[in-house]
Design a protein around this ligand. Structure first.
Ligand code: GLU
Ligand code: MG
Length: 437
C-alpha cells in the first residue's frame, strides 16, 4: 500500500533544513500558482527545535511557499514507499511579492546583480556524509569493502540521484569511518544551491529505505573526520564562455577569478557565519583535517579556504570549462542558498573594487610563523561560531547585502543555538547536531 502520492513544497531554511508541506499529486497543477501556506516565524526555528527569541515576526503574518518547476525531484524506486516527490520554493508574501527573509530570494537577487555585471554562476556542492547503523566494522577509508558493506546503497543512491535529475558523477567511500560522498555535476544559477538541498534529501531517503541514517553533520565526533561541503564556483560570460581560466597566469587563474577570490577572502570571517554556521563547524575548521585550516588561496592545497582544483588533462575536456574555485570552509549546517548568495556577493565585491589578487599559497601554512603569514596575506579563520558572528556583525559591507529581517532573524537564531548548547562538552554538542543533520 503506497497511499496517495504527496508532493512536498520545501523551503531550505536558514539552518539548511528542508521544511514545508505536501499536497496530493492530483492537485499539483492548481498549486503551482499559489503554493501552500507558510508562517514567517518558521524562519526563526533553531536546528534544535525551539523558535528563537526575539525574532522579527512573532505570531504575525502569513506567507506562501511558491514552487519553482525547475527544481522538481521525483524518485520512485520502492514498492513499499510512495515516490519521494518535492519542489524547492521561494517564500513569498500572500500577494506574490518577494519576502525579505527568504534565502532563495536573496540568492536570486545576487545572481541577477551578477548578470548585470555580465556573468552567470556555475556551481556544484560536494557534500560528505556518514551512514549510521553500519555495525561495528565500517570498512577502511576509501575501500571497496566500505562500499560493498552498504550494498545496495551505492547503486540505489546513484539511481535515485539520477532520477532526481541531479547528475551524480562518482560514488566514493571517503576517509572517515562510514563516510561517503557523491559529487553531482555543476549547474548554472540558483539550481546549484537547489541541487545541494535536494541531494541531501535524496541521500537521506535512500539511507532510510535501507535501515541506515545518513547524516551530513559537520562533525560527528570532536576527534573524527569532518563532513565538509566544498562549493565549486566558476563564472561564465553572457556568451557562456568561462572567465576564470587563464593559462598564462599563476595558478592559471584569470584576473577576474583572482579578484573574485580576493572578495571572498576579504570577508571570510563574516562569511563563515553563514557557510559554517554551527557550534561544531569550528571543530572542523582547524588545520590538518583537510577541511580549510587557513583563510587563503592555494593551488591543489587542502589546507586553504579556497583551493584551485587540478585540471585533468587526461579527460580531454576543455580546461577552461573544468577550471573552478573550490570554497572549502562550508558545511551542511549552512543553507546552500544563503551560502552561495554571500559567496557571490563577496566575489562581486572583489571584482567591482578590483581588490588586490591573493597570493597563491603553495605550502601548508602551519609551518609558517605569524610574520610570514601576515606577509602572504594568510588569515586565521574564526575559532568559534561566536567569533564568526562577531566578525559578521562588524562587517558593514556584508551587512549591507542582507535585508534587515533576515539579518535580525539569522543572528537571533544563531545566538539561541549557542545558548541551547551552553555547558555542553564538544562530544555532546556533536551528538546534538548529529541528531538533526
Ligand atoms: N573531510 C574533509 C572536510 O572536512 C574533506 C576531505 C576532502 O578533501 O575531500 O572538508
Ligand atoms: Mg571529500
Amino acid at each position: 500500500m503506497r497511499g496517495e502520492e504527496l508532493v512536498a513544497f520545501l523551503h531550505s531554511d536558514i539552518s539548511g533544513l528542508s521544511r514545508g508541506r505536501s499536497v496530493p499529486v492530483t492537485e499539483l497543477d492548481e498549486r503551482f500558482a499559489a503554493g501552500v501556506g507558510w508562517v514567517p516565524a518558521d524562519q526563526a526555528l533553531t536546528p534544535f527545535g525551539p523558535i528563537a527569541e526575539p525574532n522579527p515576526f512573532g505570531s504575525l503574518g502569513d506567507l506562501r511557499l511558491l514552487p519553482d518547476r525547475e527544481s522538481r525531484v521525483r524518485v520512485d524506486l520502492w514498492d513499499d514507499a510512495s515516490p519521494l516527490h518535492f519542489f524547492l520554493c521561494d517564500a513569498v508574501n500572500t500577494d506574490g511579492s518577494p519576502w525579505d527573509a527568504c534565502p532563495r530570494t536573496l540568492l536570486k537577487g545576487a545572481l541577477s546583480r551578477l548578470e548585470e555585471a555580465g556573468f552567470s554562476l556555475v556551481a556544484s556542492f560536494e557534500q560528505e556524509f556518514i551512514l549510521e547503523g553500519l555495525g561495528a566494522e565500517p570498512g577502511p577509508g576509501f575501500s571497496l569493502e566500505a562500499q560493498r558493506l552498504v550494498e545496495p546503497f551505492g547503486p540505489l543512491v546513484m539511481a535515485a540521484l539520477r532520477q532526481a535529475g541531479l547528475e551524480p558523477e562518482v560514488f566514493l567511500p571517503e576517509y572517515g569511518e562510514g563516510q561517503y560522498e557523491v559529487p553531482c555535476a555543476p549547474v548554472e544559477g540558483v539550481s546549484g544551491a537547489d541541487r545541494a538541498a535536494a541531494m541531501r534529501e535524496v541521500v537521506r531517503e535512500v539511507a532510510r529505505r535501507l535501515g541506515y541514517r545518513a547524516s551530513f553533520v559537520p562533525k560527528a565526533d570532536p576527534e573524527g573526520v569532518g563532513n565538509g561541503v566544498h562549493i565549486h564556483l566558476s563564472l561564465v560570460d553572457l556568451e557562456d564562455r568561462p572567465v576564470f581560466y587563464d593559462p598564462g597566469r599563476p595558478g592559471r587563474l584569470s584576473t577576474v577569478g583572482a579578484r573574485f577570490a580576493a572578495g571572498i577572502l576579504e570577508h571570510l570571517p563574516a562569511l563563515c557565519a553563514f557557510t559554517a554556521p554551527s557550534v561544531v563547524s569550528y571543530l572542523r575548521l582547524v588545520p590538518h583535517f583537510w577541511s580549510a585550516g587557513f583563510g587563503c588561496l592555494g593551488e591543489r592545497n587542502r589546507e586553504t579556504a579556497i583551493r584551485i582544483p587540478p585540471i585533468v588533462e587526461l579527460s580531454g575536456g576543455d580546461p577552461a570549462r573544468q577550471f573552478n574555485l573550490e570554497f572549502r570552509a562550508a558545511d551542511a549546517a549552512a543553507c546552500p542558498h544563503l551560502a552561495l548568495a554571500v559567496l557571490v556577493l563577496a566575489g562581486m565585491r572583489g571584482l567591482q573594487d578590483e581588490l588586490p589578487e591573493p597570493t597563491l599559497i603553495e605550502e601548508d601554512p602551519t609551518g609558517l610563523d605569524e610574520e610570514e603569514r601576515r606577509r602572504l596575506g594568510i588569515r586565521e579563520l574564526p575559532g568559534s561560531l561566536y567569533e564568526a558572528l562577531g566578525a559578521l556583525e562588524t562587517d558593514a559591507v556584508v551587512r549591507s547585502w542582507i535585508p534587515s529581517d533576515l539579518w535580525d532573524c539569522y543572528l537571533s537564531v544563531k545566538r539561541n543555538e549557542i545558548d541551547l548548547l551552553e555547558g555542553a562538552e564538544p562530544g555532546e554538542a556533536c551528538e546534538r547536531y548529529l541528531r538533526v543533520y
